[in-house]
Design a protein around this ligand. Structure first.
Ligand code: SAM
Length: 246
């Protein structure tokens, strides 16, 4: 049926695409792609002859009215990004917003995202988490951003690049506390996939020494230490207080 389909594609392993995603890409009147060359490789790997056109941050404003009029004509339009789920640190939010405002249908076609892949293999609590996207590239702005996240009572998930990993881990340690448990997930679903766990301090030291790692990275930090007191803690505190009373 007509509408905008937000289609997830692989984050590394080419086989991480759903059968429904392939059906929808094959049947779409137009596939909007962040980079048509990247999309072309995926299409040819699956023998799909899609009509590809570019949609990214630099042409979005100009393209949105055309896309909306195609939707109004009953078009089936798919949106993909270079990897994973569109809109997740990738273009598409304004298009989805405007399509809905104009009364069109928007369908998610779920699949891979580095955010969830990193989270589920991190060993960190997954009942509550916050996706914080990319941190600012400059240390001052990065620390200021981290201050606002310091007390979030759940796991934090960040996207990062190899060259910035060590300095980001150092700032995370400085602001959130070096003892916080964390994980660095790298090259998920690819040949050199690796998830390294440790405290923020130990991870910062590791990557400072080892140098910038290759590939794509997700950083995760566990929730802040809870300062809840148990009845046992309370008893011990009272005993201590009695012992030190004059
Ligand atoms: N939309 C994508 C998604 O759903 O995961 C994310 C796009 S964002 C521009 C790219 C960032 O995602 C990378 O810099 C990296 O932080 C993360 N990423 C993507 N693929 C990854 C992978 N295979 N392993 C680890 N991180 C990955």
């Amino acid at each position: 049926s007509p509408g905008l389909y937000v289609v997830s594609t692989p984050i590394g392993n080419l086989r991480d695409i759903t059968l429904r995603a392939l059906d929808i890409l094959s049947a779409a009147d137009e596939v909007l792609a962040e980079d048509t060359r990247v999309a072309g490789k995926l299409m040819s790997a699956y023998g799909i002859k899609a009509r590809l056109s570019p949609y990214h941050d630099h042409n979005g404003a100009e393209r949105r009215p055309q896309i909306l009029s195609r939707l109004a004509d009953g078009g089936r339009i798919a949106l993909i990004s270079d990897a994973g789920t569109p809109l997740i640190s990738d273009p598409g939010w304004k298009l989805v917003h405007d399509a809905l405002e104009a009364g069109h249908k928007v369908y998610p076609v779920p699949g891979a995202s580095a955010l969830l892949a990193g989270l589920v293999a991190s060993g960190l609590p997954s009942d509550r988490f916050m996706f914080a996207g990319f941190l600012p590239p400059k240390s001052g702005a990065r620390k200021a951003a981290l201050e606002t996240l310091k007390h979030v009572p759940g796991t934090l998930v960040f996207y990062e690049s190899g060259p910035r990993l060590a300095e980001s881990l150092a700032d995370l340690a400085a602001v959130l506390g070096g003892g916080r448990t964390a994980a660095v997930a790298r090259e998920l679903t690819k040949l050199f996939e690796e998830t390294r766990r440790g405290t923020l301090t130990s991870l910062a030291e590791h990557y400072q020494t080892a140098g910038p790692p290759r590939g794509e990275i997700v950083i995760l930090t566990g929730p802040p230490e809870e300062k809840t007191s148990t009845p046992g803690d309370l008893d011990a505190a009272l005993r201590d207080a009695l012992l030190t009373m004059p």
